[in-house]
Design a protein around this ligand. Structure first.
Ligand code: ADE
Length: 236
């Protein structure tokens, strides 16, 4: 997968060199390219923002640098999926991450301030697949951190990126029960007793059927507690 990012803070993406994603890039599974929006400005001050039409607080990112920067990338690949992190987008889910993990090329537009001039998204969506995506119902100072979250959620689903592919299979099996997405069960490792707290006996029993049952029950209990999901009708 190729991932392009455009931002006025290219240094925000240093963590992409670390851990699984850094290794995936070294292994040739990913190619990540970071573009500085200011390289596409047209004035000596390298201006990227201006006051909003209609008044109001804050600044809006100018259309011209975004238009020129995205043109340069899209020209080489009109099939690219453009993702605009924004609190007013569709909230990221595991299903969306799974769908995006099959793409060949993603381009993230990381805006700041009060966002990007809306004409940039109108212009792009007439030419390419453009998605406005939020990582949750809260407001960040810019799209960079949100793009990092999305990239991690998406790229770990690409075959070969996770060290242990079995974790993904396990995850997808344990996540859904009775059409409900469940949270993961609690995990434990050695030693068997730590600060007086013992690992549940069932996990050291070697009985895989009982272990699976216990984990499923824990996942349901956790989900009900955290999400306050009502049990299906007719359930005891
Ligand atoms: N930019 C600012 N807040 C955001 C959020 N919650 N999700 C995605 N991008 C954002």
């Amino acid at each position: 997968m190729k991932i392009d990012l455009i931002s006025i803070f290219p240094d925000y993406f240093a963590p992409l060199k670390l851990s699984l994603i850094g290794k995936a890039e070294q292994d040739g599974l990913l190619k990540i390219e970071i573009h500085d929006l200011r390289d596409f400005t047209s004035d000596v001050h390298r201006t990227v923002d201006d006051t909003p039409y209609g008044g109001g607080a804050g600044m809006v990112m100018k259309a011209q640098p975004w238009g020129d920067a995205t043109d340069a990338i899209i020209e080489n690949d009109p099939q690219v999926i453009v993702i605009v992190p924004t609190p007013s987008g569709q909230v990221l889910t595991q299903e969306i991450a799974e769908q995006l993990s099959t793409a060949d090329h993603l381009l993230f537009l990381c805006g700041r301030y009060e966002g990007i001039d809306a004409r940039v998204m109108t212009d792009l969506s007439a030419r390419v697949d453009l998605r406005e995506v939020s990582i949750g119902d809260y407001v960040l100072a810019g799209g960079e951190v949100a793009a990092l979250v999305m990239i991690e959620a998406i790229t770990r689903l690409i075959p070969g990126v996770l060290g242990n592919a079995a974790s993904l299979i396990e995850e997808s099996h344990s996540l859904v029960q009775d059409n409900q997405t469940l949270l993961e069960y609690p995990n434990f490792t050695k030693p068997p007793v730590w600060r007086g707290l013992q690992v549940p006996d069932v996990l050291t029993s070697g009985n895989h059927g009982e272990i699976a049952k216990w984990r499923a029950a824990q996942a349901v209990a956790r989900t009900e507690k955290i999400k306050q999901v009502k049990p299906p009708e007719g359930a005891q």
